[in-house]
Design a protein around this ligand. Structure first.
Ligand code: APR
Length: 258
């Protein structure tokens, strides 16, 4: 048995034994669906935009107000990439485990909607950076149907009723996190988790690192699934160096049918 096989077996045993499980997922989980990650090799944020701006400035709340056409140019790029892709075996493996374990939750930074599409129950899915649809009007609040069609049309997309600029319910840079999602995370953290797994994330934000650190401090087991070694290496009990698409189905496949 190779070292990686033994790590995957160890991961499968931890998943089988745990009741309260939290998957913290990032762009790396959707990388296997063909979506760009944000940092690291080929990351969306590694360069500056054609306008010479850091992408974090172009995709910020203030930019959506100041220059909606510029902000929407990059929002539409992300939206089109998501609409053109589908969930992968990693998303499906997590959803399958959630179906078997009522205490299994997902905290995702991804806005692609792939966890919902793969079957993760909405009541145990915290989308901390929001979702790409439905678009809504910033001026009158009306929801606008067919986000995908509008991404292909003139930008910024405008409200059919009042011509106000539409936006998706995502968290742009320099914007607050959705209160409802933060509250759900807080409630679940108060109950605690036996096992926290960081899957495909550089854990760039404190609210992403915190659940993992809390689990570790409380004596739980912490895991990172990532081909690269990140800052999380110092905080996890087990690092499985691989793609989520490969590791998760194998690890969850080890769990006997209950
Ligand atoms: N399987 C697992 N991990 C992978 C894979 C893969 N196939 N491919 C890449 N990775 C890892 C990379 O090594 C990297 O550590 O996924 C991680 C992706 O990190 P980021 O690109 O920083 O993405 P993420 O952590 O989700 O970013 C968090 O930053 O700007 C915000 O809103 C944005 O939600 C995003 C957040």
């Amino acid at each position: 048995m190779t070292r990686d096989d033994s790590r995957i077996r160890q991961l499968g045993q931890a998943l089988e034994a745990a009741e309260r499980i939290l998957f913290i997922t990032g762009a790396g989980l959707s990388a296997d669906s063909g979506l760009p990650t944000y940092r690291g090799l080929g990351g969306l944020y590694n360069g500056t935009t054609a306008e010479g701006l850091p992408i974090e400035a172009a995709l910020s709340g203030p930019m959506l107000q100041r220059d909606p056409a510029l902000c929407w140019k990059y929002l539409a790029e992300i939206g089109r990439a998501c609409h053109g892709a589908t969930p992968n075996a990693g998303h499906r493996a997590i959803a399958e485990l959630q179906a078997r374990k009522p205490g299994c939750w997902v905290l995702t930074q991804n806005i692609d909607g792939f966890h919902r599409a793969a079957g993760s129950p909405a009541e145990r899915l915290i989308e901390i950076h929001g979702q790409l649809a439905p678009l809504y009007c910033q001026a009158c609040g009306r929801e606008a149907a067919d986000a995908e069609r509008r991404l292909a049309g003139p930008l910024p997309p405008r409200c059919d009723a009042c011509a106000g600029v539409l936006r998706p319910p995502v968290v742009l840079f320099e914007e607050m996190l959705p209160v409802e999602a933060v509250e759900r995370l807080r409630r679940q953290q108060a109950i605690g988790f036996d096992l926290v797994l960081a899957v495909g994330t550089s854990a760039s934000f404190g609210y992403i690192l915190e659940p993992l650190l809390r689990c570790r401090t409380a004596g739980g087991f912490t895991v990172e699934i990532n081909p690269a070694t990140t800052e999380l290496a110092a905080w996890v009990d087990l690092h499985v160096p691989g793609r989520a698409l490969d590791v998760l189905p194998q690890a969850i496949g080890h769990i006997s049918e209950q």
